[in-house]
Every structure is written in C-alpha cells, then in structure tokens.
Design a protein around this ligand. Sequence first.
Ligand code: SAT
Ligand code: MN
Length: 593
Amino acid sequence: MSALTTNKSVLSWIDEKVELVKPDKIVWIDGSKEQIEELRATACSTGEMIKLNQELLPDCYLHRTAVNDVARVEGRTFICAPTKEEAGPTNNWMEPSEAYEMLYDIARDSYKGRTMYVIPYSMGPVGSPFAKVGIELTDSIYVVLNMVIMTRVGKDVLEVLGDSDDWVRGLHCRCDIDEEKRYICQFPQDNTIISVNSGYGGNVLLGKKCFALRIASYQGWKEGWQAEHMLILGIQNPKGEVKYICAAFPSACGKTNLAMLIPPELYEKKGYKVWCVGDDISWIRKGEDGRLYAINPENGFFGVAPGTNVKSNPNALASTKKGTIFTNVAHNLDDNTVWWEGLDKNPPANAIEWKGNPWNGQESEEKGAHPNSRFTAPAVNCPCLSSEFENPNGVPISAIVFGGRRAKLAPLVYQSRDWNHGVFVGSIMASETTAAAAGAVGVVRRDPMAMLPFCGYNMADYWQHWIDIGATLDADKAPKIFNVNWFRKDDEGNFMWPGFGDNLRVLDWIIDRCEGKVDAKETEIGYIPYAKDINIEGLEGEVSLESLESILAVEKELWQEDAKGVEEFYAKFGDKIPPVLVNELETLKKNVQ
Ligand code: SAT
Ligand code: MN
C-alpha cells in the first residue's frame, strides 16, 4: 500500500522504524468504513476480538488483554528529558540516548511476521487552532480500532499536516507482553513516545495519556497553553444559558459520571440540563476575549465499565450500545452480550470471565469483569453530548474544580480565595488510589491537579506555569477555582453525600458563586457554603441540614496534619517550588494553628 502523504519528516521517520522493527507489511489507516470493517474481520479471525450480538450491540466487539496487562504501569512510565531535573521528582526519568538504545533493543525485529499499521490522527477537531497531529505505528489491530474511536483518524489529518514536522511520533510494539520489559517512554523534547510490551489502554493508545497529557503538557508550557486531566461539562439553566466547568479528578474517581450527569428530578423539572464536552482531558487556551477556552482533544470515551448502570450513568451506558469495544468484561454466552459487576443484579450463568475461563456468575471471589475493565465508545453516541463538542474554538470556562477521593478532611466543596490560592488548592490534592493503575488500591497519595502520573515535566515548573497563566488573566475573566470531595465518609464508613446526579446541587452553588449570586463563609481554607445555600430538596432521609454542616466542616487538627504532609511533599522539589505556593502553605499553617 502506498503512503498517504509526501511529508518528508513523516516518511523518513517511518522508514527508520520499518528498518528497526521489520514488518512483513505496512498498512496506512485512511479512516474509511471499508478498511475498519476489514480490520474487524481480521481481528475476529485471529481471536483478537469477538464480534458481539449485532442486533443488541451493533458494531460492538469484545477484547481480552493478557492477564498481566490490565492497567497503566506508572512504575514503568518514564519522562526521558535531557536531565533528571527537567522530569522532576514525581516522574521516573531515563537519559534519552540510553532510553532509545534500550527501547530499540527491545523493539528490534519485533514486527517480523506482522503488519505495521500507520495511524495518522488528530487530537482535537481536525484543523482546529487547538488541535495537534500525531502518527502512531502499531502492530495491534485492537490499538488501531480503539484509536479510530478515541481520536480523529484518516487522510484529512495528513492534509492538514502538509509538510510540517510539528507532529508527535508514536511507536508501539506489543513484543511478548513481557512485564519485565514493559516501558512507556515519553521524550517531550523530541515529540516522541515509545511503548513496548503492553497491549492495554493508556499504555498503548498513544494519543491519550502519553500525548494529550504528558507530551501536550510540555508543549503547553512552551507555547503558553495547558493540557489538563479534566472533564468538561456545560450546565444549562432554565433560561437556556450554558456555563462550562472543567474538573480534574484522578483516574477512576467518577469523571465520566460527572461529565454525563442526569440532573435530580427537581432540577430537571425546572429545566436544567447537563451537556458533556469531555470526560477525561482538556486543552485550555486564552481566547481573544481574554477568557479561558477548553476543548476535549478526544473523540470517544475510554470509561471504566464496573459500576456503570442505568442509574449511575445512563448516558455512558447508552453510549456503549453501538460501535463500542469492550475490554476485560465478562462475555455472556447465552445472548453473546457483555456484563460487568454493577451493571445489574443478574450476572450471566453461562459466561466467560475476563481472563477467558468459564464462569457461572455465582463464585463470589471470581469477578466477571476486571475492576479496571473498560468500554471504548464513540462520543457521538452520547445522548447528552454538547452541541459545542466539535467547536474548533472550544467553550469558555467559568469554573475549574479539583477533587479527590478522600474519606476524611476535604469538605464537600470550598472555593479558593483567588487564582493563586486555587493553584495551591490543586497542588495539595490527594486521593485514594484506584484500579486504574497497577499497584495497591485505596492508599492516599498526593496527586496534584490529578496530574501526578501525567505531567510531562517538572511539576514545580508546571505549578509556576499555572501561576503565570493566571497572571495574564483579568480577575473578572479568570475562572473561579474550587475543590470538591464526593467521597467523605462518616465514622461508620458510610458515604455522607449521595453523589452522582445530586452533585449538580454542588455545581449549582459553584455557578452561583461565579456569578456573584450567593454569599459564602470565609474560613481557614477558603470560602465554604452556608449549608442553607446547597439545595437539598428531595434528599430527605439522605442528607439533612445537620449532616450537610458536618461535611462542610473544617477540622483544624486534620488540616494541621495535612499541612505537614504538603510540606514534606513540597520539600521534594527543593528550591524549584514556586514562592507563591510556599506563601500559601504558610498562610494555611497559620490559619489552622
Ligand atoms: O488507561 S487510561 O490511562 O487510558 C485510563 C485512566 O487511567 O484514566
Ligand atoms: Mn483519566
């Protein structure tokens, strides 16, 4: 097949990689329906994918990864900047020439007997001023078909690229899926990503975390914009006005659910609507009017399956009903559909669990789906997809929300005093770990701006970049910055806030604050709502004014403890830590004394 471009930088880079990995064949992905159909058929013929019930789930497929390859591997993810200091203390670092040598040794000849797929893709609407081009080489049809859903793939991307060499190089080699030789390496200074020995999600869909966050955060630093681990949603009030919020939460903390939330009945009756622009990543730039605008660079949702159901997230569930790839969920053999824990109360009796073994739905230790099993669903399927989804100029941001999963300490919601304090609030985020990354689950760790695993350069420089962006914004145009915690628990271990659709009650307060419509109480940590200002109508029996008071309370002793943790965390950055943040920490310590 002949190349789809004459771009010299593209062709010579591909030639080099062909020489290295030695494929039998090269296939350029043009994005056509016929080609996609052909690839699906090939993947089914080899068992790489299983075609599901086409009446119930048209164009849907199931894939199982290797059992040792089910999540991102943060310990094996490297930022290969020229110096360790440029990668910073929160990233693994490898010297670039050493990294290339090691990776090339692993990749050498690994495509022998296999096909190289060349995927030209755009992050962001093709041709948008926010958009960036990438090319991923892979030997996995699963990766091709996921990239086709998650990004904009095809010939038109190469047309927009023209002769430019401003594009991100991505090489993925499955090799033997050997955990000991698995590496996910980013070279921000070279616009390059190399991923070997994995076939799973964020490790191999190189447009996602590797490019749209790690490489793009570095590009944004150099070019004056921001790449963030944030969903984007629009809240439409009864007058028809829509306000947009960007919100950062760590992986598997409910970003997809929040981005697609269904308003509580009381709000729905009044005429409120929520529109989803994105569920994972935001690229943010200043617009001509001086406000910040965000786009979602992705084109689909790579959502956590377990717990997704008609109640928790009907929009996500509806999004998975066509053209979706399911990964590591249970296969219901009776009707050739899929199932996962929390879908409903009827696990299939005649099934294959995620590892590929027969499963009767009863054994309680054996799960049908892996806790980090996923659906890859086209954004266009989402019933609440925003009409602005394809807007090349993005949507104006009224509020930025940070949030973690914390049983104690962080109140339901508080607002920062100003932009710089907001950057501080983001920088001290902490959250309990989840199954989205390999390793222990439920351990509290610092995860600033939910970017700990995704910041492509020194986190101290990243914070300074946030501060510098703020300095260019007029106070009345800068988004207001908030922190939320949907996961606070009482002493018996019960969640104190219902979450899901009811989170709109908190977002409603946030928007009112942005518009100066509601007062707040100034406390040691920032502005906290008066309990009466959070609408709890319809939550009788679940939340009372008193219980609301207690999830809004600032417990000074806990904050004193936490400030110590922040101090230790900041110490890792030595004197690179922005003075603005040091001052904010001093203020917090004084306030909670
Ligand atoms: O596997 S991904 O990195 O794409 C998903 C996530 O961890 O957020
Ligand atoms: Mn994510």
